[in-house]
Design a protein around this ligand. Structure first.
Ligand SMILES: *Cc1c(COP(=O)(O)O)cnc(C)c1O
Length: 223
């Protein structure tokens, strides 16, 4: 099976119509992404700013590029002109920089707030208290060049499905809570990005609207 066939098959059998597939092409060469692109699927995700910027340059311009990894504020400028969605907003500082870069590029940049739902300390993300603190500030109300479209999270890397499921439930709980408060009047606040190759089925069952799948589509990564 080619990558293109993999994606077509995966979309057909695994992904309901109301869920968006982000094909995670990190570490994979442009030739392979181009092959994937020929399946007709045009939504790809990368986790490093440099790679994302380079691949944007080299590949067709109708690709919708998602930044899925942890980001440093000083690198936002490299992707601000073209990025479709930044999944990993985990600080107010980063959000403010994205706003500034959006302003410079005369666009509104779509973002997701990343929440820390896993047991692992190493994973990034906000907690709800921390998020409320800045979401309720006047400074936040003036960030007109960012558009917060929902939440993102990563479950613990484990075989234990109960753990994974309860973490995804927690993310959906956080989403609902924000939807009923801060974002009550925001139609754009509707996305829950959760689920990877190992846990996407559980994520979809629990209400993911976006799944980020890499190795199942492109094969294992060797770093
Ligand atoms: C790499 C990565 C994925 C995809 O991982 P797979 O297990 O290969 O599907 C999803 N989300 C994030 C944030 C990633 O870094």
């Amino acid at each position: 099976m080619t990558v293109s066939d993999n994606i077509k098959q995966f979309l057909k059998t695994e992904i309901p119509d109301n869920v968006k597939l982000i094909a995670v092409s990190k570490t994979k060469p442009v030739e392979m992404i181009l092959e994937a692109y020929h399946s007709g699927h045009k939504i790809f995700g990368e986790n490093k700013v440099q790679d994302l910027a380079a691949k944007y340059e080299d590949l067709p311009k109708d690709i919708e590029w998602h930044m899925i990894g942890h980001m440093q504020s000083n690198k936002v400028k490299y992707i601000a002109p073209f990025v479709s969605l930044i999944h990993g907003v985990d600080s107010f500082k980063l959000l403010k920089v994205i706003h500034k870069e959006g302003e410079k590029n005369n666009r509104k940049i779509d973002c997701l707030l990343q929440f820390h739902i896993a047991k692992e300390e190493t994973k990034f993300g906000l907690d709800l208290t921390e998020a409320y603190e800045f979401l309720r500030s006047d400074q936040f109300k003036n960030l007109n060049n960012v558009n917060i479209c929902g939440v993102m999270g990563m479950a613990t890397f484990t075989e234990n499905e109960d753990t994974i499921r309860s973490e995804f439930k927690e993310l959906v709980h956080i989403f609902n809570e924000l939807k009923e408060t801060i974002f009550i009047n925001s139609a754009d606040f509707k996305e829950v990005s959760m689920g990877m190759s190992g846990d996407y089925k559980i994520a979809i069952e629990e209400g993911a609207t976006m799944v980020r799948i890499g190795s199942l589509l492109f094969g294992a990564r060797n770093y």
